[in-house]
Design a protein around this ligand. Structure first.
Ligand SMILES: Nc1nc2c(ncn2[C@@H]2O[C@H](COP(=O)(O)OP(=O)(O)OP(=O)(O)O)[C@@H](O)[C@H]2O)c(=O)[nH]1
Ligand SMILES: [Mg+2]
Length: 349
């Protein structure tokens, strides 16, 4: 499951955003202890999955899920990162909440302070490990040479205030570095938490002003206002959203931004017997890799995938009808999954 951590300076609206996406009601005025976190798992809404469910009427509908984790505030002291719960280093992405409401907001300064703090925290991790590795390497032991060299490269980048995100790794290096869970190496979603009246700048302008480099994205949200919409009846909510010019809920917007940041797409499986199921893979994944998301056996025994664009299935109304209309294709190991593919795997174990 995708794990996204919410970080930011004190009172920037982390818990408010957390509540808005989770439609949860954590007490925004209760301070979190230094080592305390709030976590919630949200089901990713997808109208295509709902329509698949209505088509097949199986006993179950299984959404993909995202876990959001609300962390205590960071206040500029790099040592405090070390006292945060270790699950911090297992996140798939960091969401940085930047205050754009209230008195003298300065999201750019906040972002830079936070990035610096993450860099210092990563440097501390590297220094600890490198002392050991350097001793090994200089005594002629080479089994950890690749790790050593990659860490030195990270250290150099961090020392010149560049986040690990900006480095390019080989797959082996990437795996080794991933184990460290470098915070400055995680994909970064900068969330501008705008006042009820909206932000003074567009997302594009913020993107330029923040200049966060590769693997980053800016998303603007009116945290408080959009969170309050969750309390309304569906009817009132729709009316308010139209008034405010909002086309999606806070959760939908956040998910779209996260998926785009991480390059994720959705595919579907299932039928009338058991369930309909939405899954995510990285854009560019092949059919066997998608099978592996479901079960390693299906990946290992992969023979072919029956591929139908889900819209065709929904329009034509049954797998038999899409087959007859020639919309279903048989694809092999090289096939690259498209967003919205409805897949039936043929495999042999
Ligand atoms: N006007 C306005 N107020 C907000 C917004 N987001 C949060 N607030 C208010 O700012 C205060 C702090 O919000 P929180 O969500 O608790 O911020 P936080 O970052 O979780 O705070 P700490 O966990 O204490 O660091 C609360 O009184 C919120 O109601 C917003 O988008 N607009
Ligand atoms: Mg909070």
């Amino acid at each position: 499951m995708l794990k996204i951590g919410i970080m930011g300076q004190p009172r920037s609206g982390k818990t408010t955003i957390y509540n808005a996406v989770a439609a949860a009601h954590a007490d925004v005025d209760a301070y979190l202890a230094k080592d305390e976190i709030r976590r919630t798992v949200v089901k990713v809404p997808d109208p295509r999955l709902d329509r698949l469910f209505d088509l097949f009427l199986p006993p179950k509908k299984v959404h993909t899920e995202i876990e959001y984790v609300d962390f205590p505030a960071l206040t500029g002291d790099a040592t405090e990162v070390a006292s945060l719960p270790p699950m911090l280093r297992e996140l798939d992405a960091l969401m940085m909440v930047l205050r754009d409401f209230g008195d003298n907001p300065d999201p750019v300064a906040e972002a830079h302070a936070l990035c610096e703090e993450l860099i210092l925290a990563d440097l501390a991790v590297i220094e600890k490990r490198l002392t050991r590795l350097q001793r090994e390497v200089s005594s002629g032991r080479t089994e950890n040479q690749v790790e050593h060299d990659a860490l030195v490269r990270c250290q150099k980048a961090l020392e010149s205030e560049k986040p690990v995100r900006e480095l390019v790794f080989t797959p082996t290096e990437f795996k080794l570095m991933r184990g460290y869970g470098f915070l400055s190496g995680m994909p970064l979603l900068a969330v501008i938490n705008a006042p009820d009246g909206g932000s003074s700048r567009s997302a594009e302008d913020w993107q330029t002003a923040l200049n966060l480099g590769p693997k980053s994205k800016v998303h603007v949200v009116r945290g408080k206002l959009e969170g309050e919409l969750n309390d309304l009846s569906a009817e009132d909510r729709a009316a308010f959203m139209a008034d405010l010019g909002l086309t999606m809920s806070a959760l939908d917007g956040m998910i779209e931004a996260s998926y785009s940041l991480l390059g994720l797409i959705t595919f579907f499986t299932g039928g009338s017997e058991k369930d309909v199921h939405a899954w995510t893979v990285e854009r560019g994944a092949t059919a066997p890799q998608a099978a592996g998301v479901i079960h390693s056996d299906i990946e290992r025994g992969f023979i072919r995938a029956e591929v139908t664009p889900v819209e065709d299935l929904l329009t034509l109304g049954s797998p038999a009808a899409v087959r007859k209309a020639g919309k279903t294709r048989l694809e092999g190991k090289e096939y690259v999954i498209a967003d919205g593919d409805y897949l039936i795997f043929r495999f042999n174990v």
